[in-house]
Ligand binder design. Structure first.
Ligand code: BF8
Length: 622
């Protein structure tokens, strides 16, 4: 397949061609090798939950293979598989959130000298929200209570999660009615595993409702804790200028790319790279200095808080190494292709893992520990500097020049920009300059031409005066397309263009990493409360056109259960069950006032999203 059919970007096309010349296998090669996929799996009709099987259910109605050995039918099997998929995604986000509680705990115990509380105001604000007394109390005493409150949200001691207080009352009533009020984060995930063990929840509807509950525990629990504690420890994102694409890799520098999700490692690597002693070492090795670039969501964390440029999104991660100019890729966890080890081995690149729960055979592992973080980060930088000496400059190709962006929005930054109140935003929505808001969650999937849907949908939506919030891997795509600078509003409709010019903001606002979709649901809660309505009454959408991960489905489901309809470009593996598919596309609307829309064509998707926005505006009397 010609590279131009695989991706819309010049930097990616050139690197795919170079990979082919260099004999490097990429995600697209492996995708092709996997075709055709297994139909039973695609439909969700395989079950491997016990050893009487594995089983598969036939769609032919000839009486054979209509049930697994245990007797489960296709609906039950599809629902069980989907439930475990959601549990996997929720576990990923939430375990990330828990890691931040542990860092905050270590700070309060004086065991993490390299970390600090960067935003005391936010610590106090969030703690007060969770019912912790903050008046006349020392910062560390409050932080200790916050640590306990957050840990409690993971167990089964509480009746409901702390941040559920941010959810409009009417929505909470719906959750109570359908028994999906999330309790402990770990509890819902463990219960999902229990329910889907052979012989437990054998009713698709019941399993799906618990899937929603598990996802809500992620969104309003694990993810929200992850976001809020990251802000407290590393600072609340504020808009700043930066750059994106493979052009952020510099031929004359020691290039280190951070990849994964948790800022706990990448922030330390960044701090070490700024250390004059390290820079001097790099210069001694013949480089101009040390350059840090981001990949995927930990890239988003650094981009939002520190303005560190973004080298690429999910499908760019292998290609970044193919430039031949990357000394080290430092990873923590999630969305890191195991193939990175093999790609790195084709060049002089060190592939360094840091999380004991995400180890890769063939990688250099540094068991990262908050007590020794700065020293370990220094060790990583030294490895990269040593690798620089091994770089073969004749194999270096940096395909394009970097593109400018303004990134790092957050609810706080937004409020600040609006002068401290949501009113100007609400007024813009009321008068129709901004007709609605859509949050696009990144991801790439080789099932689509890379980023074609992400960019296409964002452009269609802003044309219709729908403000776009970008999280995760769409950030890089939007940046490359010129949508993350105020001038990008030239591509927007007249209303949105007017607002963007007045506020000097881009038509697509970078709202952080995937965990930061908690900012999006929080914002929706704030807007709904300000208008005195439910979240499902708002002219809002979530979308993940090129989604691939379990986490993306967890996000989609917690948005839907919170009242935000969600567009996805491909269905999850549920289409083998008419019942489950119908619930996802329609039934959820009756329960939560929002459901999924599956539409692989971004133009049609934007039209359908727009239709609903029109209806919602009408019912709000706008
Ligand atoms: O959490 S957008 S490909 S990197 S899953 Fe992964 Fe998707 Fe990127 Fe971040 Ni989110």
């Amino acid at each position: 397949t010609p590279a131009k059919d695989l991706t819309i970007w010049e930097d990616a096309q050139k690197m795919i061609e170079k990979a082919r010349r260099d004999g490097v296998e990429t995600v697209w090669d492996r995708f092709e090798q996997q075709q055709p996929g297994c139909k039973f799996c695609e439909l969700g009709l395989t079950c491997k939950n016990c050893n009487m099987g594995p089983c598969r259910i036939s769609l032919k109605e000839d009486g054979k293979m209509q049930r697994g050995v245990c007797g489960a039918d296709g609906d039950v099997i599809v629902a069980r598989n989907f439930g475990r998929f959601v549990a996997g995604g929720s576990a990923g986000h939430s375990d990330h959130g828990r890691d931040l509680i542990e860092v905050l705990e270590a700070i309060t115990e004086g065991e993490a000298h390299d970390y600090k509380i960067s935003d005391e105001d936010k610590l106090r604000r969030v703690s007060a929200e969770l019912g912790i007394s903050v008046d006349n109390r020392e910062t560390m005493a409050i932080a200790k209570d916050l640590v306990e409150a957050c840990f409690a949200d993971f167990g089964s001691r509480r009746k409901e999660l702390g941040f559920v207080s941010r959810v409009p009352e009417v929505r909470r009533e719906i959750w109570k009615k359908y028994k999906v009020m999330p309790r402990g984060v770990d509890r819902e995930i463990a219960e999902m595993m229990h329910r889907t063990h052979m012989g437990c929840d054998n009713d698709a509807v019941s399993t799906l409702l618990h899937s929603a509950k598990t996802a809500l525990a992620d969104g309003w629990g694990g993810s929200m804790i992850g976001t809020e504690l990251s802000d407290i420890i590393f600072g609340v994102p504020t808009p700043s200028r930066s750059q994106v694409n493979l052009g952020v890799i510099k031929a004359d520098m020691v290039n280190i790319l951070v990849h994964g999700h948790n800022p706990v490692v990448s922030e330390m690597v960044l701090a070490a790279a700024r250390n004059p002693e390290m820079i001097a070492q790099a210069q001694k090795a013949g480089a101009e200095g040390i350059n840090i670039g981001g990949l995927c969501c930990t890239g988003n964390e650094l981009l939002g808080r520190q303005g560190i440029p973004m080298a690429g999104n999910h499908l760019m991660t292998e290609l970044a190494i193919v430039t031949g100019a990357v000394e080290a890729v430092v990873v923590d966890y999630q969305c890191i292709m195991p193939s990175m080890v093999q790609v790195a081995a084709c060049y002089h690149t060190k592939f360094i893992t840091t999380a004991d729960k995400a180890q890769f055979t063939g990688a250099t592992h540094i068991s990262f520990n908050t007590a020794t973080a700065a020293d370990q980060a220094k060790e990583i930088i030294e490895m990269a500097i040593a690798a620089y000496a091994l770089r073969d400059q004749s194999r270096v190709e940096i395909p394009v020049a970097a593109v400018d962006t303004i990134t790092g929005f957050s609810n706080e930054a937004l409020l600040n920009m609006l002068g401290g109140s949501l009113d100007p935003l609400l007024d813009a929505v009321k008068e129709g300059s901004i007709r609605g808001v859509a949050a696009i969650v990144g991801c790439n999937n080789p099932k689509f031409q890379h980023d074609s849907q992400n960019v296409g949908l964002a452009k269609e939506l802003i044309k219709k005066d729908i403000l776009v919030l970008a999280t995760g891997c769409i950030t890089t795509a939007a940046g490359k397309a010129g949508l993350l600078v105020p001038e990008g509003s030239e591509m927007a409709g007249p209303g949105l263009k007017k607002i963007c010019s007045a506020l000097k903001i881009p038509p697509v606002l970078h709202f952080g990493s995937c965990v930061d979709n908690s900012r999006v649901i929080h914002l929706c809660g704030l807007i709904a409360n300000a208008l005195g309505v439910d979240i499902s009454d708002l002219p809002v959408w979530g979308s993940s056109p090129e989604w691939y991960s379990e986490k993306a489905v967890a996000i989609g489901l917690y948005c839907v259960a919170s009242g935000i309809p969600v567009h996805i470009g491909t269905p999850p593996q549920i289409t083998g069950s008419k019942l489950v598919t119908d619930i996802a596309l329609n039934g959820l609307e009756n329960i939560f006032g929002a459901a999924f829309l599956v539409e692989p064509d971004y133009v049609k998707a934007a039209e359908k999203m727009d239709e609903r926005i029109k209806l919602k505006r009408l019912s709000l009397g706008l």
